[in-house]
Design a protein around this ligand. Structure first.
Ligand SMILES: [Fe+2]
Length: 644
């Protein structure tokens, strides 16, 4: 009899569900894709239903349902923090506690009820509780009872399990870094076969993730989503300037203390996340930095870019030192990485190039969504003692395409609803040839294929594509298609076979979690006075012969595309290469600013019609904007997607 496990993460941000059978990943998806509410923190009813439908399991057939963290421990952390910082924390205490009491302390009951509501089996009758002990790393329930077990694991064990168990390594050091779980904010562990040993942890309120989020907040971006923007802004900083140096010294000297092992002490005089409803003490920051907080959506000035660069460098120092400690205490050649900070692909690229580890693997859903999968894998390998299949050199993520897929009938029904006009292709080569031709002529194409991606990046199944050689493509995509800030960078999807012609790359990056330098020979020399130029001048300087994906530091995050994991996407780029000699395309996620990545054919068609995209490919069908019926909506759709 096989062991079937459902993993759930919820009630913080990026709720998700994942289902596995005997350690094999069958399906995984984030709730936001179904509810169309970005970073949806609610119970992932839709994702659970999808996982069960995809696997063919009913709730009653499951051996366990596992929740990705321990609510009682988190509650203990909140209570102790409020107590320690009293009376300063009173305001956030009164606003947070009712939510906790309602949702989190009664989590067992809530999960049971929510699962029952999904109508996929009688959950209330068969779930048994196995609440685990108070220590974070003695994670899983020990008692055994018949029926489905409801298990709770610790937050960082979920992250660590999501990083190690699907990795291509038989043994590896594991580093998890995020904002905060229950108490832990970072951990180092060692994985071998089906075992995972936690060795070290760093505790709240000292946190590399919350440090980065505090700067995200101070620079006018949203916490838990704008961290990517802060990273994208950092290369606009002037690397040799006195200001960047001064900011770095002030951060290191006053706000934090980075120890030799990478652990970091945050001076709580500057931070309010432990006690207040905001991240930072703005007055103290302004006095220290001589720079007021930036209001959201206001002009980005050089000082803002310089501060972004300073905190990015500090974060890289922390990540590299933590990795060096992980190397020292495990002696492993391999590193697995997860937790929200593992989405910082600039730091990851530097870590890889540092040579601390010979090889590195990152969980594509490195943030809290990934905890659903990690929890399920931890339950299988640690709680049930399930063996890990021999490692074959490839990871077990199936290219991270683990979400729903749609048939040609689904696509035809969606098209009929919108009275949409399409051309059907029966031959994949012909479809890819035609699409490559459109891309080579400068068109922007929405590309919707197969199963939706797991994690925050679009990897060729829910993707908007353009020609990276086109010098106006970045501007066009940002302003007319994504409706987002002009400085935001774009990533290339490059054929693995062509990657070395463009980038200084030694390892594959299938999940777009690493950066690599554009080769020197492709770069244009910087004009005199470049570093003193304004943000706009820097943005529109043509830096290479693939300008739309050459970010200011010449290091785009990139996706290597492999024929065996995504043959359709690979064929399209290969056709483009045959036509143009260029083996890469600009790839940006299929959505507009503030919208979750599209899930269904209808979501994709709506996004296509609302933007200035020229063509849409849904499965085997090509839609030309010029011949579609006029698009009408009764209200302004942008209101549904607040600014992210
Ligand atoms: Fe986390």
């Amino acid at each position: 009899m096989s062991i079937k496990i459902l993993g759930i993460s919820a009630f913080y941000h990026d709720s998700a569900a994942a289902v596995i059978e005997d350690g094999e990943i069958i399906a995984a998806a984030q709730e936001e894709r179904f509810t169309r509410k970005k970073h949806d923190p609610g119970f992932p009813s839709n994702a659970v239903k999808f996982c069960l439908r995809q696997s063919g399991f009913s709730l009653n057939e499951l051996d366990a349902v596992i929740f990705y963290d321990k609510p009682l421990l988190k509650f203990e952390r909140l209570m102790e923090t409020y107590y320690a910082f009293a009376p300063g924390g009173f305001r956030s205490f009164v606003s947070a506690v009712p939510v906790w009491i309602r949702e989190k302390l009664f989590l067992k009951k809530l999960i049971r009820e929510e699962l029952a509501k999904t109508g996929t089996g009688d959950a209330s009758a068969s779930l048994n509780n196995s609440f685990t002990g108070p220590r974070p790393f003695e994670a899983l329930a020990k008692e055994d009872a018949s029926g489905i077990k409801l298990l709770f694991t610790s937050h960082h064990l979920s992250h660590a399990a999501s990083a190690f168990f699907p990795s291509p390594f038989e043994e590896a050091a594991i580093l998890t870094i995020d904002g905060a779980g229950e108490w832990a904010t970072a951990s180092i562990s060692h994985g071998k076969g089906n075992s995972l040993r936690m060795l070290k942890e760093m505790k709240f309120p000292h946190s590399a993730g919350l440090l980065y989020s505090a700067f995200t907040y101070y620079l006018g971006f949203k916490v838990n989503s704008g961290e990517y923007k802060l990273m994208g802004l950092s290369p606009y900083g002037d690397p040799g300037s006195d200001r960047v140096k001064k900011y770095g010294e002030l951060i290191r000297g006053e706000m934090i203390n980075i120890k030799a092992d990478g652990s970091v002490y945050l001076n709580q005089e500057y931070f309010k996340y432990a006690t207040g409803l905001t991240m930072t003490d703005n007055k103290k920051w302004e006095n220290l930095l001589g720079l007021p907080p930036r209001a959201p959506e206001t002009e980005l000035r050089q000082e803002h870019c310089d501060l972004a660069l300073a905190i990015q460098r500090v974060t890289e120092e922390i990540v590299l030192k933590m990795a060096a400690t992980a190397k020292k205490i495990t002696g492993s050649d391999n590193l697995c990485l997860a937790g929200g900070v593992a989405l910082n692909c600039v730091a990851n690229g530097k870590l890889l190039r540092s040579g601390i580890f010979k090889d590195m693997w990152l969980q594509p859903a490195a943030g809290d969504a990934g905890g659903a999968l990690g929890g399920a894998l931890a339950a299988y390998h640690i709680y049930f003692g399930g063996a890990r299949k021999p490692v074959s050199g490839a990871d077990k993520m199936r290219g991270a395409c683990l979400g729903p897929e749609f048939s040609d009938l689904d696509i035809r029904l969606a098209a009929r609803k919108h009275k949409a006009v399409s051309r059907h292709f029966t031959d994949l080569n012909e479809l890819c040839e035609t699409t490559a031709d459109l891309l080579a002529k400068g068109s922007v194409v929405g590309w919707f294929q197969g199963r939706m991606e797991w994690g925050p990046r679009a990897l060729g199944n829910r993707t908007i594509l353009g020609d990276a050689r086109d010098r106006d493509m970045q501007k066009r995509l940002n302003l007319k298609i994504k409706f987002r800030e002009g400085f935001r960078p774009f990533a290339p999807s490059v054929l693995w076979e062509s990657a070395k012609e463009y980038f200084n790359i030694t390892a594959p990056s299938p999940y777009m979690l690493l950066t690599a330098d554009v080769l020197e020979k492709r770069r244009n020399p910087l004009p005199p006075g470049y570093h003193k130029a304004g943000v706009r001048e820097k943005l529109y300087f043509i830096r290479s012969d693939i300008p739309s994906v050459t970010h200011l530091d010449y290091s785009p995050r990139l996706q290597t595309v492999h024929k065996d994991t995504n043959p359709r996407y690979w064929t399209l780029i290969e056709k483009f290469r045959q036509k143009t000699g260029c083996g890469l395309l600009v790839n940006t996620s299929f959505n507009v600013r503030g919208e979750p990545i599209v899930c269904t054919p209808s979501d994709a068609y709506a996004c296509f019609m609302r933007t200035e995209m020229d063509f849409l490919v849904l499965g085997d069908r090509l839609f030309d904007k010029k011949i579609q019926p006029p698009w009408r909506e009764t209200k302004d759709w942008k209101e549904d997607y607040g600014l992210d």
